[in-house]
Design a protein around this ligand. Structure first.
Ligand SMILES: Cc1cc2nc3c(=O)[nH]c(=O)nc-3n(C[C@H](O)[C@H](O)[C@H](O)COP(=O)(O)O)c2cc1C
Length: 431
C-alpha cells in the first residue's frame, strides 16, 4: 500500500504540503475521511444507486447503524513510551504476504454505483498489495479481473443450486483456472430480502425509465454521463451460461431465476473437496457454525452480517468476533467485515480477535466520489490511517494487535451449549 504517514514521521493533515501538492495529496486534503467520500458520493450518484450501496435490509436500515454503533463502542487502551518508528502493517494470510490487513469485500452489481468500479478496485488492490474479492454477480467478468489483479484476486461464490449445483461448480472451476487465491462461499443469503428503499426507488436491472428514475438521473449528471459512455452494468460472469450476446435484462433474469436458496453444509463439503486452495465461509455469526466449518476443513471463518443488508435482528458484526475467534482457537483464520471506515476500525477488529478484515462501502464511496482515482485514494488512506493508529495505540505489528487491551461492551457471549448468554434474555436450548 502506498500510504505515507506513520503518525510520527508524517503529517496526515498535510501541513507544509503547499505549492508542491500532488493530485493525490490534494484529494487527501479535500477528502480527509471516508465520511467526506460518502457525502460526495451521495451528491454525485443517482439516488437509487446511492441508496443501493448505502442501504440495508428493512426500513431505514437499522442493522447498518447497529454495525456502526457497536464498532464505535470498542475502546482500545493505548500503550506509550514504545519505539513506534518501525510499525509494520504487513501480514500473511493463506500463505501470501499482504501489505495491510484490509481487503476489498465482494460487492455485486457495484457497476451501477460507478461504471467499471470492479476493475478500478481490482487494479488498486493489486497496486496496494491487498486482497480483492470479486462477487459472483460482478459487472466485470472474473477472467478479466484476475488479469488485472493477479496477486490480489479472490472469488466469492453465491450458490446456484439448480441441477445439483452444476453452475456453482463451473464457477469454482473457472475461479481455479484464472488463479483465484481463495474461494469465499457466502452463507448469509439463504433467501432474498426486501430492501425497502430499493423497492421504493423502483430499482430494477436494467433501469426502467419511470419519472422518478429519470429525475434521479437528471440530478446526477457526472454519473449519467459516465453511465452513458460505459453502458449499464451487466452480470458478466453469467454470459457463459446465457450466451455471449445476452442482453442486460436476460442476464439479470438468469440471476434472478438461479440464485435462489443459497448453500447447505453438504454443498460446502462438496465445494471443499473440489477447491484446491484456501477456502473461507462468509457470513458466520454463531460459534457452532464456525466449529462446523472448521470440521469441514475450511481455512477462513469470515464473520459478517453482510453489512446489515440481510437480517435486521442479527448481532452487530463486530460483536460476533470474540466468541467466534475463541471457538476457532487458531484452527482457521478469522476474517471480518462490517462498517470498516477507518484505520482505527481495522485496529479495533484485530484487537477483538480477527486476523484480517475487509471493507465494502468505504471503497465503493471512494470510487463513487472520485471516479478512477478513488481506488488508490482509498487504499492509500487505509494504509496511512492504519499505520498512524497502530503507532498511536502502541501496537507495533498486526500480530501484536491481538494483545491490545480492549473494552468491548457489546461482545456476544455463548454458554457451553452454544446458547447466547450475557445480558440477553434467558435462553431455551439452541436447535
Ligand atoms: C453494494 C453491495 C453489494 C454487495 N454484494 C455482495 C455480494 O455480491 N456478495 C457478498 O458476499 N457480499 C456482498 N456484499 C456485502 C459485502 O461483501 C460486505 O459484507 C459488506 O459490505 C461489509 O460492510 P461495509 O460495507 O459496511 O464495509 C455487498 C455489499 C454492498 C454494499
Amino acid at each position: 500500500m502506498s500510504g505515507s504517514s506513520t503518525g510520527n514521521t508524517g503529517t496526515p493533515s498535510g501541513w507544509g504540503a503547499g505549492a508542491t501538492e500532488t493530485p493525490a495529496a490534494r484529494l487527501r486534503r479535500r477528502f480527509p475521511g471516508f465520511g467526506d467520500l460518502q457525502r460526495r458520493a451521495k451528491w454525485r450518484v443517482a439516488r437509487f444507486a446511492y441508496d443501493f450501496v448505502a442501504g440495508g435490509v428493512g426500513d431505514g436500515a437499522p442493522n447498518v447503524a447497529h454495525n456502526r454503533a457497536a464498532m464505535d463502542a470498542v475502546r482500545i487502551v493505548p500503550r506509550y513510551a514504545l519505539d513506534v518508528s518501525q510499525v509494520s502493517i504487513a501480514t500473511t494470510l493463506f500463505g501470501r504476504e499482504y501489505a495491510a490487513p484490509v481487503g476489498v469485500a465482494p460487492m455485486g452489481n457495484i457497476g451501477m454505483v460507478w461504471p467499471q468500479m470492479d476493475a478500478i478496485l481490482a487494479a488498486s488492490a493489486q497496486k496496494a498489495r491487498i486482497p480483492y474479492v470479486s462477487s459472483t454477480v460482478a459487472n466485470v467478468g472474473m477472467e478479466r479481473l484476475a488479469e488485472i489483479a493477479p496477486d490480489s484476486f479472490w472469488f466469492q461464490l453465491y450458490g446456484l443450486p439448480a441441477e445439483n449445483h452444476r453452475l456453482s461448480i463451473d464457477l469454482i472451476r473457472r475461479a481455479e483456472a484464472v488463479g483465484a487465491h481463495a474461494l469465499v462461499v457466502t452463507l448469509d443469503v439463504p433467501t432474498r430480502q426486501k430492501r425497502v428503499h430499493d423497492v421504493r426507488n423502483g430499482l430494477v436491472v436494467p433501469f426502467r425509465y419511470r419519472p422518478r428514475t429519470v429525475f434521479d438521473i437528471a440530478r446526477a449528471p457526472f454519473w449519467a454521463l459516465e453511465m452513458l459512455n460505459k453502458g449499464q452494468p451487466r452480470f458478466e460472469n453469467m454470459r457463459k451460461y446465457v450466451g455471449e450476446t445476452a442482453s442486460i435484462g436476460e442476464l439479470a433474469a438468469f440471476v434472478q431465476k438461479n440464485m435462489t436458496t443459497g448453500v447447505t453444509w453438504d454443498d460446502i463439503a462438496r465445494f471443499r473437496d473440489i477447491w484446491p486452495r484456501a477456502m473461507a465461509l462468509k457470513g458466520i455469526q454463531h460459534p457452532a457454525d464456525a466449529e462446523r466449518a472448521v470440521a469441514l476443513g475450511v481455512d477462513g471463518i469470515w464473520v459478517s452480517n453482510h453489512g446489515g443488508r440481510q437480517f435486521d435482528a442479527a448481532p452487530a458484526s463486530i460483536d460476533s468476533v470474540p466468541a467466534i475467534a475463541a471457538a476457532v482457537g487458531g484452527r482457521a483464520k478469522v476474517l471480518y467485515d462490517g462498517s470498516i471506515r477507518s484505520g482505527l476500525d481495522v485496529l479495533r477488529t484485530l484487537a477483538v480477535g480477527a486476523d484480517f478484515c475487509f471493507a465494502g462501502r468505504a471503497f465503493a464511496y471512494s470510487v463513487a466520489a472520485l471516479g478512477a482515482a478513488g481506488g488508490e485514494h482509498a487504499t492509500a488512506a487505509f494504509a496511512e490511517e492504519i499505520r498512524g493508529t497502530f503507532g498511536q495505540a502502541g501496537v507495533l505489528s498486526v500480530a501484536a494487535a491481538a494483545a491490545a487491551t480492549v473494552l468491548h461492551p457489546g461482545a456476544m457471549r455463548f454458554d457451553p451449549e452454544g446458547n447466547a448468554s450475557g445480558n440477553e434474555v434467558p435462553r431455551r436450548r439452541a436447535g
